[in-house]
Every structure is written in structure tokens, then in C-alpha cells.
Design a protein around this ligand. Structure first.
Ligand SMILES: [Zn+2]
Length: 244
């Protein structure tokens, strides 16, 4: 399962959004480093159910806790990255949903509803969801900052696995398709690290003890280091220290 080692490809296309959009399978060309080391890593774009496929609600820019657009004076506002996403993202953060409702599609919809109606965010906070069946869902647009890891959202991709992994284990299908997704994200976004939510926010047990045991395997598969060391503070954090 573990591929590990240096990732030796250059990515020649920009992020294209939803499965149904103009995005195509990434064109991967071996970099000189890959040629020298002889390491070849092919990763297909995973099958991702686009927002329309799970009837996602539209983004609400008037949301109470994520109001307006990001600026240094409105650091909690909706932020669309204006730089190349490969320069913005460093870490993939793994979560569990705790809740599970009927089936995977219903669960994805319920997570979005809770985030928008209860948490008062502009959209679902995570960038991707991974169902118990192995179905992968597009969450928040990857071009927009997520809302899933307090104080460390900038530059962190949020992936939520459905289930409560304090009391149950993820399914084999879930781990396999989650691994495929993270392998692909790591390559495409040139990520450096993988962390569990609780590694950043010690007040939470997320993603649960029965998922934490898989984090090392997921990191190794994607050629990522485990932990929070890759995090780069956002501009406003360099001006104002984050509150304790
Ligand atoms: Zn979490």
C-alpha cells in the first residue's frame, strides 16, 4: 500500500473545479528529479461527485460567521485564494463527521446544512467528503479557504470521512478511496504534510481513535510527512498573534 518517496511529477494544469466542468484528467509529466531517481508515480483523478450531484446549497456570502469577503480587516470573511493553489496549500487535514444519516449522499447534505444553519458558515466547511461506500464528494470549492480547523484554515485542505471513529472503524472502501483522493491532492497541490484535526486543535478528538491509526498509512501513501509542521501562518496571523 505504501508508495512513499519523492513525488516526481510536474502538474501542467490548473485546478478546474467540479467533475462535470472543464477539468480533465491531470497531465502528468515526469520532472527531471523523477527521471534521475527512476521513481514514477501515476495517480488518476479519483471519481468525485460534484456539488450538483448531491444537490448542494449555494454559497451564502451573508453568513453570520463568515460574512463578506476576506481582507486583513475581515480575516474571517470568505477567502478565495488569488495565488496558485500549489503555493497556498501545504497540509491535508483529516476529519470524521461524527454524524451519519441514512446514506452517504444524505450525510453530505446534512453536514452542509449543519455548517450553514447551525455554525452559520457560508458553505460546508470541508473541501471533500468520503462516504462509507467509498463515494467521494466535492465540498467547498478548493479555490476557497475551508472552515474546518480553527486558527489553521489558510493553506489546509479539509477532508471529512463519514462516521464516528471514536466508536466505529472506517470501512475498507472508505480508506481506499480516501487514500486515492489524498494521493491525488498531494501530487496536484504539491502538499507537504498530513495531519488529523486534533493535531492542530487539541480540544477535539477528531478524527477519532479508529481513524488516527490510519493517518501514518495515508501520509506515507501520499509521500507526506505526518503532523502540523508544514503550516504557514496567513498574513493577518503575522500581524496579530492568534488568541489562546
Ligand atoms: Zn474535525
Amino acid at each position: 500500500m505504501c508508495v512513499g518517496g519523492a513525488v516526481g511529477y510536474l502538474l501542467l494544469e490548473r485546478w478546474g473545479g467540479a467533475e462535470s466542468g472543464p477539468a480533465s484528467v491531470p497531465t502528468l509529466v515526469p520532472s527531471p528529479a523523477a527521471t534521475r531517481s527512476g521513481q514514477i508515480k501515476q495517480i488518476a483523478r479519483p471519481l468525485i461527485t460534484p456539488r450538483a450531484g448531491w444537490l448542494a446549497a449555494a454559497v451564502d456570502h451573508t453568513a453570520e460567521n463568515e460574512a463578506g469577503d476576506y481582507s486583513l480587516d475581515n480575516a474571517e470573511g470568505w477567502r478565495e485564494y488569488d495565488a496558485d493553489l500549489r503555493a497556498m496549500y501545504q497540509t491535508v487535514v483529516v476529519h470524521h463527521s461524527v454524524i451519519y444519516e441514512t446514506d452517504d449522499v444524505t450525510t453530505m447534505r446534512e453536514i452542509q446544512r449543519l455548517h450553514m444553519e447551525t455554525r452559520k458558515w457560508a458553505d460546508i466547511g470541508y473541501h471533500f467528503g468520503v462516504g462509507k461506500s467509498g463515494q467521494v464528494f466535492e465540498g467547498r470549492d478548493l479555490a476557497a479557504r475551508g472552515t474546518h480547523v480553527e486558527g489553521y484554515n489558510t493553506g489546509s485542505v479539509g477532508v471529512v470521512f463519514f462516521g464516528n471513529f471514536e466508536v466505529e472503524s472506517p470501512t475498507v472502501e472508505q480508506i481506499e478511496s480516501g487514500r486515492g483522493l489524498i494521493d491525488w491532492l498531494a501530487l496536484r497541490l504539491e502538499l507537504t504534510h498530513l495531519a488529523g484535526h486534533g493535531d492542530f486543535n487539541d480540544f477535539t478528538k477528531c478524527p477519532g481513535a479508529h481513524m488516527v491509526v490510519y493517518l501514518d498509512t495515508l501520509a506515507q501513501s501520499a509521500g507526506l510527512r505526518l503532523g502540523t509542521d508544514g503550516y504557514v501562518p496567513s498574513e493577518e496571523q503575522l500581524i496579530t498573534p492568534p488568541p489562546e
